[in-house]
Design a protein. Structure first.
Length: 332
């Protein structure tokens, strides 16, 4: 065989293997949402997909306490690597993990997926937290800043340690594996949830609201703690059979026309007072919509001009400029 041909073939194979190794972080914040967590036996947790999950997608799940963007709490808590089936997972699918055997999770809701223990033990303990993330290269996160956090839920409550803004634990109080600051990049009540922000903490948590509606509406409903039930009287049924059958409209803001060449961006995002739009060549009309598609604000803006969002309540919104893709932003 021609040596040059062999060299080319080896190069192509190497590129292919390297591409698959590096394939990661294709999910965005809020593409899944936790809908259950049990600390009592059988320990476990469940989530619902709010977008289609690609075949062989890798998601990490961990309950290790986060102190800051630079560090996790010392020690080994359970971190598991979930690999979606080759066929992928459709939007609106409930997936659950139950620890029926020590440190081994039984997956319900999809066939062909795997859940592999990487470090520590499956030990949610009392009023713990669980979060999901992805990393470049599909490797376990070494420090929180190298991870893209996608979703989170926690049931911890300590009146002297709860952060008045995030409703998760204050950094200075994270001293055990069942405590954590809000995962970096997530916003409580928007794409993660502290289920017992006013106490008392409970061992078992389950979303009890509707699973019918748009993916954006459900993301908001699921991360609203008032739509959850809690108990210390034994584990909930958090398998798909424990919920009403989901009916999720995954076409976010489908009433709009999209421009695939859209180059406009919003900053800062999240923001508590103003946002600015970059990439505009002329003054444009804008409209701000809520997650249900309801019109909230409208006006005109130019490139880098401030838009006042101070009157908005905390949460997720979409800014729409004519013939451009709606841009999601968070009001803190």
């Amino acid at each position: 065989m021609n040596k040059n041909y062999i060299l080319v073939l080896i190069t192509v194979v190497a590129i292919f293997l390297n591409f698959n190794k590096l394939k990661a972080q294709s999910l965005s914040v809020g593409d899944i949402a936790f809908i259950g967590m049990n600390a009592d036996s059988p320990e476990g947790y469940s989530f619902i997909t709010l977008t289609d999950i690609s075949g062989s997608e890798v998601i990490f799940f961990s309950d290790r306490g986060i102190i800051s963007t630079a560090s996790y709490i010392a020690g080994d808590e359970g971190t598991y690597r979930f690999t979606a089936p080759a066929a992928g997972i459709p939007c609106g699918t409930i997936v659950s993990f139950d620890e029926l055997t020590s440190d081994v999770y039984t997956i319900t809701g999809v066939s062909g997926a795997t859940m592999t223990k990487l470090t520590g033990s499956a030990n949610l303990g009392t009023a713990d937290q669980i979060y999901a993330y992805q990393t470049t290269g599909n490797v376990i996160s070494a420090v929180p800043s190298d991870a893209t956090f996608i979703a989170g839920v926690q049931g911890e409550y300590d009146a002297s340690c709860i952060d008045p803004v995030t409703k998760w634990t204050q950094a200075v109080c994270v001293s055990s594996t069942s405590e954590s600051i809000v995962p970096p990049g997530l916003t409580n009540g928007v794409n993660c949830v502290s289920v017992t922000p006013a106490g008392p903490e409970k061992d078992n948590l389950r979303y009890s609201g509707t699973l019918t509606g748009t993916s954006t509406a459900l993301l908001a409903a699921i991360n609203d703690f008032t739509n959850w039930e809690t108990t210390d009287a034994g584990a909930y049924d958090i398998k798909p059979s424990g919920y009403a059958s989901p009916s999720v409209d995954c076409s976010t803001l489908s009433i709009y026309t999209f421009d695939v060449d859209n180059t406009i961006k919003i900053y800062p995002n999240p923001s508590s007072a103003i946002i600015r739009v970059t990439g505009l060549k002329t003054t444009e009309l804008y409209t701000i919509y809520g997650i249900l598609g309801n019109k909230i604000l409208e006006g005109k803006t130019a490139n880098n001009e401030a838009i006042d969002i101070d009157i908005l309540s905390k949460g997720m919104y979409f800014l729409k400029i004519k013939n451009k893709t709606p841009i999601k932003f968070i009001k803190e």
